[in-house]
Ligand binder design. Structure first.
Ligand SMILES: *Cc1c(COP(=O)(O)O)cnc(C)c1O
Length: 436
């Protein structure tokens, strides 16, 4: 099509893009931009590129179970378009609290007096510090004055909340006596213990346990981060996995004497994005009364999905109903069998032992045994171009597909994407010949 002489009308070109499935107004924008750029023949590719910016289900073949770029824990929650008693008390017929339903379940799960839900764990820490320590000091070990994932930096959260950061101890060693000295001047409203989720300090290191901090006489708040509920993992049939060894858990942290814990709901808990504050009911109530609570409150969809996950724990149906824990509990032999079945259809793919990662900054440096497929050459882009997109991992110029993070129902998509990627690669007709 020679656009210079006969540029098509915007409307004609936009209508030719209808098969992209995009709304007409978007097709008009794309058509107009393509004509302005003298790129009429590229209009369909522009529409496809736009479509690929939209949220869409993908196959996570990275072997990172909680992949932050892929929304951390996968959750399946279906809801009919019906009203829900989000803030309505069915017993009295009056306005109720949106914190009640899910809050009581989390209190039960954590062994806490009370619990509330906010949008994420960063919001939980901000609210706790703002509600309990604004205008006063918060004692934090220098070893825990950390940055977790880009913009969550403890000193900056402190600043935003209106509390003053009171540095305690040194980067590698902080003792109870250091905290005692800080608390002695009377300005410290609470002690915040932050789990260094995404890094480890090794060597000449010492920190102070929650049980010791609980003797200081000021509230102890533990940001445990990853949201492991119970270190004993009673929802698994065997013992807790070795890779969880260094992760603090809500039940044990509260039992050790923490007055509050905060954690993310979309990490090791395996639910939707949310933050949980659990512990002493007077402190949770103070958080609920703070004006920020309104700005940080979760929506009904989040609460419903969270309730679904919390009930799965209480019913002891975690491995069946929480996808993250189902992935963790999948026997290696299942992954090996699935890899062999895919390799039968895609002979160029070689079954390999792999190491999967918990992800989301949980248990850094720890891996769990996994299994998948290796393909010579870098096919990452071609796999992402598949429908549904398959997100794999590269290693030394080859492509790795880790099946621990792939739903078994998606194995067909993985096989089809691998065949398509091989066919698209240089020399692809030879590689991809044995399709079935
Ligand atoms: C992940 C994490 C956060 C941030 O939680 P979000 O839910 O991502 O806001 C804060 N503190 C710790 C210790 C964490 O591990």
């Amino acid at each position: 099509m020679s656009t210079r002489q006969h540029p098509p009308s915007v409307d004609t070109l936009a209508r030719s893009l209808a098969s992209s499935g995009l709304p007409h107004t978007i097709c008009v924008d794309i058509a107009r931009a393509a004509i302005a750029a003298d790129d009429v023949s590229g209009a369909a590719a522009r529409a496809e590129a736009f479509r690929r910016t939209l949220l869409t289900p993908v196959v996570n073949a990275t072997g990172v179970l909680l992949h932050t770029n892929l929304g951390r824990a996968p959750v399946g929650h279906h809801q009919e378009p019906q009203p829900v008693n989000v803030e309505f008390d069915l017993a009295t017929g009056e306005r109720g609290s949106r914190q009640r339903a899910v809050g009581q379940l989390f209190a039960r799960l954590c062994g806490a007096e009370s619990a509330m839900i906010v949008n994420n764990n960063a919001a939980a820490v901000l609210l706790v510090v703002g509600a309990l320590a604004s205008g006063r000091s918060v004692a934090v070990s220098r070893g825990e004055s950390v940055e977790i994932g880009g913009s969550f930096r403890v000193p900056e959260v402190m600043e935003q909340s209106g509390a003053r950061l009171r540095d305690v101890g040194t980067t590698n060693r902080t003792r109870l006596a250091d905290y005692r000295r800080a608390v002695a001047d009377g300005d410290v409203a609470l002690v915040l213990k932050v789990h260094p989720s995404n890094y480890r300090v090794k060597g000449f290191v010492e920190d102070t346990s929650v049980a010791e901090l609980a003797t200081l006489g000021v509230p102890v708040v533990a940001d445990i981060g990853s949201g492991l509920i119970d270190a004993g993992c009673p929802w698994l049939s065997g013992p807790p996995p070795a890779w969880l060894a260094d992760e603090p858990a809500a039940v044990q942290t509260l039992a050790a004497g923490a007055d509050l814990v905060t954690f993310s709901a979309d990490k090791l808990f395996g639910g939707p994005q949310a933050g949980v504050i659990a512990g002493r009911s007077d402190l949770v109530a103070a958080c609920q009364r703070h004006p920020l609570a309104r700005a940080l409150r979760p929506g009904g969809l989040t609460l419903a999905a969270l309730q679904h996950t919390a009930l799965a724990y209480l019913h002891r149906r975690v491995v069946d109903e929480v996808p993250f824990w189902r992935m963790v509990a999948t026997p290696l032999a299942d992954l090996q069998r699935r890899a062999a079945a895919i390799a039968e259809r895609v002979p160029a793919a070689r079954p390999v032992s792999l190491e999967a990662l918990p992800g989301a900054g949980s248990a850094p440096g720890s891996t769990m045994p996994s299994f998948g497929l290796e393909l010579a050459g870098d096919h990452l882009q071609a796999l992402r171009a598949h429908d549904p997109p398959v997100v794999a991992r590269g290693r030394d110029g080859s492509t790795l597909v880790d099946l621990r993070t792939v739903e078994p129902a998606d194995d067909d998509h993985v096989a089809a994407a691998l065949l398509a990627a091989l066919a698209a690669a240089p020399g692809g007709a030879r590689n991809g010949q044995v399709a079935s």
